[in-house]
Design a protein around this ligand. Structure first.
Ligand code: NCD
Ligand code: ZN
Length: 336
């Protein structure tokens, strides 16, 4: 196959940042997509309806300016001491999810809970308001490779105490978490990124460290990658696309301490097409990128399409002032 037309995709996990960087990242991330879900780990974080609305409006203004027809969905951060009122206000302001970042787990997560009981009132409110909980599922105190595994018991704690809460486990990175999601009730789903489907820890560390691939959760083994691929191509409604595209300035990705975050917005569909093609599953790409996520979130979906063609292109070293994943590599697929 050299050409593939699919319904316009959705990306249910993106970072757009703020200030001078917001415009370029927003354009790159929203173009060609029908829906994007914007993460709240800005500084200050999105923890109030006012901030959520202001951030939404700033992004929307950029989309209007560039005539990009993409729906944006917002998230707010669940932090200790936030209170019931702020949670309800964020939901009323249109937030699609409340995001749980364990304290210290990733970029700008110092203010998160150390245990779900730190935000029990907020979780209860979210559950009662039929909101959706999104989780960065890593235990910050565990060794890097075991952080995700060691957080599974915390998810079970949440599942038990909040029996009606719908939950998305973000950026699955291990075979064990894929199995756990499969075993949990239907109210639990998981997003999978393009970089965890394409790369392993060896791409990050062997033959010279590639800091563009340094992200949380850290890339794992080929065994884990295979399990993620099986989930993504399976057509199971619990698994859908969230890129976790997380740009950091080019210079910051080249000097200690390198921040965690993989900028994949410019390459995410090319990477996905390559992986799906390699696994004889190009026919499942549309379900993973364009159908499963909107169905899980209950979002209507339009009848717009995009076309990918097989035409090699070389990824530049710097895009939008950031250090993109696959820099310097030749990818096979591109969007017409
Ligand atoms: C993200 C970022 O840079 O904001 N970093 C990352 O490594 N994925 C935060 C996150 O989603 O963990
Ligand atoms: Zn993220």
């Amino acid at each position: 196959m050299t050409e593939l037309t699919i319904k316009q995709p959705s990306d249910f996990h993106v970072h757009l940042r703020q200030g001078d960087e917001l415009e370029a990242y927003t354009v790159q991330t929203a173009k060609h997509f029908e829906n994007i879900l914007v993460m709240p780990n800005t500084k200050p974080p999105i923890t109030t309806a006012e901030r959520l609305t202001a951030y939404h409006n700033a992004i929307q203004a950029i989309l209007v300016k560039h005539a990009i027809d993409c729906r944006i969905f917002m998230a707010f951060k669940l932090v200790p001491g936030m209170g019931e009122r702020a949670v309800l206000d964020c939901i009323r302001a249109g937030a699609l999810i409340g995001k749980y970042y364990p304290s210290g787990s990733t970029t700008n997560a110092e203010d998160g809970p150390t245990h779900p009981s730190d935000i029990k009132e907020e979780l209860r409110t979210l559950e009662q308001a039929q909101g959706i909980l999104s989780i960065h599922a890593e235990s910050p105190t565990s060794p890097e490779f075991l952080k995700e595994r060691d957080f599974l018991s915390t998810i079970e704690y949440i599942l038990e105490r909040y029996p009606k809460l719908r939950i998305v486990i973000e950026h699955l990175s291990t075979a064990g978490t894929v199995d756990a999601v499969l075993g949990w009730p239907d109210r639990v789903a998981g997003t999978i990124t393009a970089h965890h489907l394409r790369y392993t820890v060896d791409d990050l560390l062997t033959d010279g460290i590639d800091s563009s691939l340094y992200c949380k959760p850290i890339l794992k083994t080929e065994h884990d990658r295979k399990a993620l691929i099986s989930a993504a191509i399976s057509g199971n409604p619990k698994f859908f696309f969230g890129s976790d595209s997380a740009p950091h300035p080019f210079e910051k990705k080249h000097i200690f301490p390198v921040p965690a975050g993989a900028y994949t917005a410019p390459v995410r569909l090319s990477l996905l097409a390559e992986v799906f093609e390699e696994n004889d599953a190009l026919h499942m790409l549309e379900y993973f990128t364009s159908t499963a996520g909107t169905a899980w979130y209950g979002i209507s979906s339009s009848n717009s399409y995009i076309t990918l063609i097989k035409k090699p292109w070389k990824v530049p070293d710097c895009i939008d002032g950031a250090f993109p994943v696959a820099h310097g590599r030749t990818l096979q697929w591109q969007i017409v």
